[in-house]
Design a binder for this molecule. Structure first.
Ligand SMILES: Cc1cc2nc3c(=O)[nH]c(=O)nc-3n(C[C@H](O)[C@H](O)[C@H](O)COP(=O)(O)OP(=O)(O)OC[C@H]3O[C@@H](n4cnc5c(N)ncnc54)[C@H](O)[C@@H]3O)c2cc1C
Length: 106
């Protein structure tokens, strides 16, 4: 592994991962440092029994709609092919979303 880097990114949350990926895509050698044993920062999941729980990131705007910095990043990194964007509709006229009960967690 090289010991010379053009950029050192501290933290592998969405911000650090995005910065690191953009630097890397631009041809820079990047070292990404994370203090935890998993990456993703707040945007990660954890497990309790059979349940997988999202720690934070649940939904986002559709980056394909209109000028959007997020859309530019997705374009630059070529992420659209790897994403399945699921529409979420929630308005006063829409039907309520039913959340099925999962297993009890102690
Ligand atoms: C409860 C909750 C719900 C949310 N829901 C949504 C949502 O639905 N939609 C949405 O778009 N956004 C949502 N967000 C916001 C989104 O999750 C955050 O804005 C985003 O994940 C933050 O990313 P970040 O890279 O700025 O920071 P973080 O995710 O905090 O990442 C920082 C990383 O840096 C690491 N780090 C810090 N200091 C050091 C160090 N000295 N050395 C090494 N590593 C270090 C940390 O361990 C961490 O991994 C939610 C946030 C929360 C808390």
């Amino acid at each position: 592994m090289t010991e010379h880097f053009d950029a050192i990114v501290i933290g592998s949350g969405l911000g650090g991962l995005t910065a690191g990926a953009l630097f890397s895509r631009a041809g820079y050698r990047v070292l990404l440092l994370e203090r935890n044993d998993h990456f993703g920062g707040a945007a990660t999941t954890y497990h309790r029994g059979r349940m997988t729980i999202e720690a934070s990131l649940h939904e986002t705007t559709d980056p394909r709609r209109g000028p959007d910095l997020e859309g530019e990043v997705f374009d630059t990194l070529g992420l659209y092919d790897d994403l399945e964007l699921v529409p979420v509709s929630w308005s006063s006229g829409s039907k309520p979303v039913t959340v099925r009960p999962g297993p009890a967690v102690r």
